[in-house]
Design a protein around this ligand. Structure first.
Ligand code: TXA
Ligand code: MG
Length: 333
């Protein structure tokens, strides 16, 4: 397939292509999305094929105006309305009972539908100009870290999609928070920048899905059961007191210098390791995590030690993605 890389100035031709059944990659405030017409089974099939994604893993439908929700959801509870009022547009996906308008492919046969109203201006313009609603998973090949810069999109999807919009965005760097508001309970299925603490200020009994807490139970977010976010390199998380974390990693590097280190708060290491810093707080860690994992792969690093510290807030989302990238290989020091 001939892929055109454009900027937001030429968004109209990409929007027309999307409306005609094509695939358009676009930036959002979280990660890049791979968009197609949410009401076209053919377009949705093409998205699954382009990503190599199992078709039992449903897609998020993106809107650019609250009024469009009535096309997708059969009912909206007062709790859902409260979350929408506070966090839309933004990095929050809500799960509703689906309306009969919504086809079975985009929801992978579920009777619920995931809906997100992104705040990124380019994303909003693409949806508005397409004249439809946009089904979009993250714009990576299935199993790889989500792309947060255009070069990472190109690595995965060049030749597999019609358009890639090279735009600004992805400030957050991790995918949206997914919250199930279809039942009586308000359940966070995937942690993100809208944290459990922020949600509980509005809905005190909101909770994390058991699958996020207990490694043995099955997550309700179908996508979270797959190996995800994995770079080619093996990742080992080292967590605990920061001095002990550094000492442990340095001792490993002394034996095997050809490693990568994802450092935190600027720690330095001696020897030849490739060190990329995740930043000074969990927001920066989130922003850098996926792009740094891809950079380690570009350097051909086989093993990456990731410094990590258990922190609340955004730390919950970082931990979720990092532990998956590491296949739950965690060393406590
Ligand atoms: O930030 C984001 O959410 C990005 C941007 C592009 O919007 N999109 C994204 O999509 O991360 P994706 O497909 O990579 O992840 C969507 C997650 C998957 O884990 C999927 O299983 C879950 O949402 N999901 C979708 N529909 C669902 C439903 N009806 N019930 C439960 N989980 C659902
Ligand atoms: Mg994804």
């Amino acid at each position: 397939m001939n892929t055109k890389i454009i900027t937001a100035e030429n968004i109209t031709e990409a929007a027309l292509c999307l409306k005609a059944g094509g695939m358009v990659v676009f930036p959002t405030e979280t990660v890049y999305g791979l968009g197609g017409d949410a009401f076209s089974d053919d377009a949705v099939d093409k998205i699954y094929a382009a990503k190599g994604r199992p078709s039992d893993n449903p897609l998020i439908v993106h809107i650019c105006d609250i009024s469009q929700l009535s096309l997708l959801a059969s009912s909206v509870s007062p709790k859902a309305a409260l979350l929408m009022e506070h966090f839309w547009p933004g990095p929050l996906t809500l799960i509703f009972d689906k309306s009969p308008n919504v086809g079975g492919k985009v929801t992978a046969g579920l009777d619920t539908v995931a809906v997100r109203f992104p705040s990124n201006e380019t994303a909003q313009r693409l949806i508005a100009e397409s004249g439809t609603l946009v089904a979009a998973p993250s714009a990576n090949l299935s199993g790889s870290p989500s792309p947060t810069v255009c070069s990472d999109v190109i690595d995965d999807l060049y030749g597999r999609v019609d358009y890639i919009i090279d735009g600004t965005g992805c400030e957050i760097g991790l995918e949206s928070t997914v919250v199930d508001v279809s039942g009586d309970r308000t359940v966070v299925l995937r942690p993100g920048a809208v944290t459990l603490e922020m949600i509980q200020k509005l809905i005190p009994d909101a909770e994390l899905d058991a699958g996020l807490i207990d490694a043995d139970s099955v997550p309700k977010c179908p996508g979270l059961k797959y190996t995800h976010y994995s770079p080619k390199a093996e990742v080992i998380v080292v967590q605990g007191d920061s001095e002990r974390v550094r000492a442990y990693i340095q001792s490993q590097l002394d034996d095997n210098p050809a490693c990568g280190v994802l450092s935190y708060k600027g720690s330095t290491y001696s020897g030849g390791a490739i060190v990329l810093d995740a930043g000074d707080c969990m927001e920066q860690y989130a922003h850098n995590l996926f792009s740094h994992l891809r950079t380690f792969d570009r350097h051909g690093v086989a093993l990456v030690y990731a410094e990590f510290a258990l922190e609340g807030g955004m730390g919950t989302a970082v931990r979720n993605r990092l532990y998956k990238a590491a296949g739950h290989h965690i060393i406590e020091v």
